[in-house]
Design a protein around this ligand. Sequence first.
Ligand code: HEC
Length: 130
Amino acid sequence: MQSQKKMRRFGQLFAGLGLGLAFFALGGADDEKPKFTVKEVMEKAHKGKTSLAKKATDGKATKEDLAQLLEYYQAMALQKPEKGDLGDWKKRNDALVLSTQEMIDGKKAGLAAYKKAVDCKACHTLHKGD
Ligand code: HEC
């Protein structure tokens, strides 16, 4: 019967989807390595006129944008910079993570703190190699 065949196809599709999700979850549980390199974070979160960072500083980021941004910063915070003082690097990363979390939580102070923390030039001068 035609419709029964269709049902079976659906079943297979969902089984496949479930398996895919299981693999995805397993992959996500591996937190030994940061999910994104610093370079990837820069490209995905900071680079360009329509970046997540730009949206956030304009106060236009959605909760999803901010959650994504937080994930990038958390990955960045696990790593070392190309150069410069590790204490300073840690402070800058902590400030990014904290202020992003504050924006997610709807705290007013978050935006101003974030604008201060996401200082491209200051961080590049100290921590970006050439
Ligand atoms: C907390 C420190 C920090 C802040 C803040 C920061 N950056 Fe970076 N950025 C770095 C470091 C470190 C690198 C070098 C990464 C590498 O190549 O491994 C880098 C590299 C880059 C790169 C080059 C990526 C590539 O392809 O090699 C771009 C583009 C960039 N940053 C854009 C920005 C912009 C735009 C901002 C501000 C909105 C910003 N960054 C804020 C630390 C920072």
